[in-house]
Design a protein around this ligand. Structure first.
Ligand code: 26Q
Length: 812
């Protein structure tokens, strides 16, 4: 190892940096038999990650007291959209500077190491990223909690754009990403599928058990999580599916050859792939298998440890809260009932008391197409015992409803868990969980007044609101070091890291010219960095002296990327008609992945690319207007883009976006929002005042009313020439020979047409954009607004949200 430790430079390193440097060299040597200078960049990354992992493990070892906590949180989510971990871990451990120095001393640029890490994209979008942010806050707040999910071998697909269209490529993240995972081979669980329910007698009692089932092994892959400013650590346990080798042999020997082979084939596909549908449910058998696999493994693990410690399950609900991230882990309810009834041999009421005091549920959507309903036949075949338990729940629930509302058949029809050959997961959750919450004030109100109105009438005190929050250490301090530096300097310290409301100290500087100009310089520098990155990454040139107007999120019709497009077309048409007009030069950046089977969403991606090319090829608008489709939008891109953004587009139809969390990330980084009164935008407007945010469009109440009275988009099309010209261009088509008449028709013809009321909001959107451009010209005003956005963003920190869960829902 002499070749690595070049004695001459050692004195410049601090003792801890020197230790890190030696540790990195030790890892490349022991794991890859390479000296640092001969190691590949992947090996260097792995060596650094292992050094970081060891430090977290050492913290975890000193953590015994926490594991004996009085009451633990178990956060179950089919998605944890982690992104990259190495910089985050170094930040939380407080070793970023030492690591940078150690690597520099080895002749390595730390940024090259950070860029080598693949994103762990074990999620689609908001719901998955929220789970990742909450895990950080849980840990940083010192709450004993475990996250559980599936160890998907392929995360969210990689998006390529080929001839303007989305192509999906696999994402084998584990090739490098596995460095964070530690298999716990002594905690493997066995999951049972299919078979039939058998009744048997023992001591004059009848019990039930599964027979002729097939099994899958669940192997825990653990990721240790370090918090910020604490020695506390938590674990994210990802279950990996493996075929049951031993059992398979016994089947062979019993001559059940076919079943043994089937069992093997079905086992390992369970954790192969993440379903790339966001806010959309499809009744796929494999998805239900994934859900049960994950839920059963998690519960068996919790129960096993509980039994070992307490010797009884009678106090289970005192010691544990199981939080479910949307309905995807709903099967914990019947699965815990199964364990208590069939294994623990409790009676129904005793078991129900425990279950109904253990599970809490967060709803993340009101879109009808996202509500999970499983066909009875699939359910019954795959999970026969669970099916029986769900039916028993349903019978008891309907009895209860009938006794409260004897003649109200309609109420039974809407509240039933099993109805019309379907299992309705949300209804089971609301019945069985002791707490149900929405993710913004508006969303929680819609749950109470519409989606779950009869349940709210029955149990008003079950319902809560916890407005979402984001990990402000990642989404501000870590990704925007320049702004972090200035904030600390102005505030006098870095106290906001632990107390996000201290960001408000910035407000007093928002009128100071010196602070403003430094604020502006930082945004300019971040824009230059992003422009350079985009040129290297995608070969696209953008001008950092234009306004960066950004819409990045999943592609979904309700999010209305198409409204953004119509506005860009209208600017383009105005500019080409009056090339000499006074115009604030703008760069529109749109990034989005479409679910692979979502045709309308894919057409919109194609349209954005056609329009981008049309604008690029038009000399008349050169230097004034630019549209870029950002390929393969993902967490690690968001981390570069958001610090460079000036305008944040949050333009969903009011009443449709449960909360939004991107909106909060932009606000933290001083971007100004143009948005509707939807989700958390409303609460942003409330803390900012209408002077510091650009609100437009229908409110949720107005949109509902308009829909009831019969919405007619043609009326807007006929009356507004700008709108008409923009829609007509879609039909007319572009220089690449592509026409989008199908999209134009979906707006103005068809039945229903314009389901998300773009035309109703178009004029107000366009006007508000004009206000944005005016505000931007007034640099003083703009910078003040921008600083006020960061100053008021503390309430949207995940620390605040998690504290509310802890206090009001979890009682920890
Ligand atoms: C369900 C069944 C089968 C296959 C897929 C799914 C599925 C997967 C992902 C259904 C929904 C999702 C994701 C939903 C989601 O991300 N919702 C968002 O949650 C955010 C966090 O609360 C909110 O901020 C967003 O408003 C909401 O859209």
């Amino acid at each position: 190892m002499e070749t690595v430790n070049k004695g001459y430079s050692e004195k410049k390193l601090s003792p801890s940096a020197r230790e890190i440097k030696n540790a990195i060299a030790g890892k490349t040597y022991r794991h890859f038999a390479r000296e640092v200078e001969n190691a590949t960049k992947e090996q260097i990354f792995k060596a650094c990650a292992l050094v970081v992992r060891d430090l977290i493990t050492a913290r975890a070892a000193g953590n015994g007291a926490a594991r004996d906590a009085d009451r633990q949180v178990h956060y179950l989510s089919l998605e944890f959209l982690l992104g990259r971990s190495i910089a985050k871990n170094m930040f939380n451990l407080g070793i970023y500077e030492d690591m940078r120095a150690a690597l520099a001393d080895l002749g390595i640029d730390i940024d090259d190491v950070l860029e080598t890490e693949p994103d762990a994209a074990l999620g689609n979008g908001g719901l998955g990223r929220l789970a990742a942010c909450y895990l950080d806050s849980l840990t940083s707040l010192g709450i004993t909690a475990t996250g559980y999910s599936i160890c998907y071998h392929l995360g969210m697909f990689k998006q390529k754009i080929f001839e303007g269209q989305q192509i999906e490529l696999p994402d084998p993240w584990l090739e490098l990403g596995d460095v964070w995972l530690m298999p716990a081979m002594d905690e493997i669980e066995e999951i049972r599928f299919g078979g039939r329910v058998e009744e048997y007698w023992e001591n004059n009692c009848m019990y039930k058990r599964l027979a002729d089932y097939t099994t899958v092994q669940a192997v825990p892959m653990d990721m240790r999580v370090a918090g910020y400013g604490t020695n506390h650590t938590n674990t994210l346990r990802l279950w990996d599916a493996k075929s049951p080798k031993v059992l398979e042999m016994s089947l062979f020997s019993r001559g059940e050859y076919m079943r043994a082979v089937e069992q093997n084939a079905m086992a390992e596909v369970i954790s192969q792939i993440l379903y790339p549908e966001d806010n959309h449910y499809e009744g796929k058998l494999l998805r239900l298998r994934q859900q049960y696999f994950f839920v059963s493994a998690t519960l068996q693990c919790i129960v096993r440890k509980h039994r070992a410690r307490h010797g009884t399950l009678n106090n289970f609900h005192i010691k544990h809260v199981i939080h479910i991230n949307d309905t995807h882990p709903t099967l914990v309810i019947p699965e815990l009932m199964r364990i208590l009834l069939d294994e623990e041999r409790m009676d129904w009421d005793q078991a129900w008391t425990i279950v109904s005091h253990t599970v809490a549920y967060t709803n993340h959507t009101v879109l009808a197409e996202a509500l999970e309903c499983w066909p009875q036949s699939t359910f019954e075949m795959l999970l026969p015992r669970i099916w029986q338990i769900v039916c028993e729940c349903n019978d008891r629930y309907l009895d209860m409803i009938r006794s409260r509302y004897p003649d109200d058949y309609n109420r039974q029809a809407v509240m039933a868990i099993v109805w019309d050959g379907q299992v309705r997961m949300a209804n089971l959750c609301v019945y069985a969980c002791y707490a149900v919450n929405g993710v913004s004030q508006l969303h929680s109100k819609i749950l109470q007044e519409n989606i779950f109105a009869p349940e709210y009438e029955m149990w008003p005190r079950k319902f809560y609101n916890v407005t979402n929050g984001v990990d402000h250490r990642r989404w501000l301090s870590q990704i925007n070091p320049r702004l972090h530096g200035l904030i600390c300097e102005l505030a006098g310290d870095d106290g906001y890291l632990k107390h996000p409301n201290e960001l408000q100290k910035l407000a007093q500087f928002s009128r100071r010219r010196d602070a403003q100009s430094r604020w502006e310089e930082i945004k300019r520098a971040n824009k230059a960095d992003f422009s350079n990155w985009l040129r290297r990454e995608q070969g696209v040139m953008i001008d950092p002296d234009t306004i960066f107007d950004v819409q990045v999120k999943r592609l979904h019709e309700y999010k209305r990327q198409l409204l953004n497009v119509l506005h860009i077309i209208s600017l383009y048409q105005r500019l080409t008609e009056n090339p000499d007009m006074d115009f604030e030069p703008r760069t529109f950046l749109i990034g989005a992945k479409a679910a692979s089977g979502y045709y309308a969403a894919k057409r919109i991606i194609q349209l954005i690319n056609s329009l981008a090319r049309e604008i690029d090829n038009d000399e008349r608008v050169k230097g004034k207007l630019k549209l870029v489709f950002l390929e393969n939008y993902r967490v690690s891109m968001a981390e570069k883009l958001i610090p460079a953004s000036e305008i944040s587009e949050q333009i969903s139809l009011a009443g449709k976006e449960a909360s939004g969390t991107g909106n909060m990330k932009f606000m933290l980084n001083g971007a100004l929002t143009i948005g509707t009164m939807d989700g958390a935008n409303i609460e942003m407007a409330e803390v900012l005042g209408l002077d510091n945010i650009f609100i437009f469009g229908l409110t949720a109440v107005m949109a509902d009313q308009m829909r009831r009275e019969g919405y007619n988009p043609l009326q807007y099309y006929d009356r507004d020439e700008t709108l008409k010209a923009a829609v007509d261009l879609l039909s007319f088509g572009f220089g690449d020979g592509r026409s989008y008449a199908d999209i134009a028709n979906s707006l103005i013809l068809g039945n229903p047409s314009d389901s998300y009321m773009l035309l109703a909001d178009f004029e107000s959107y366009r006007m508000r954009h004009a206000d944005v451009a005016n505000a931007y010209r007034d640099r003083e005003r703009w910078n003040r607004m921008s600083m006020m956005n960061t100053a008021q963003a503390g309430v949207f920190a995940a620390d605040r949200a998690v504290s509310q869960y802890a206090r009001h829902i979890w009682n920890v």
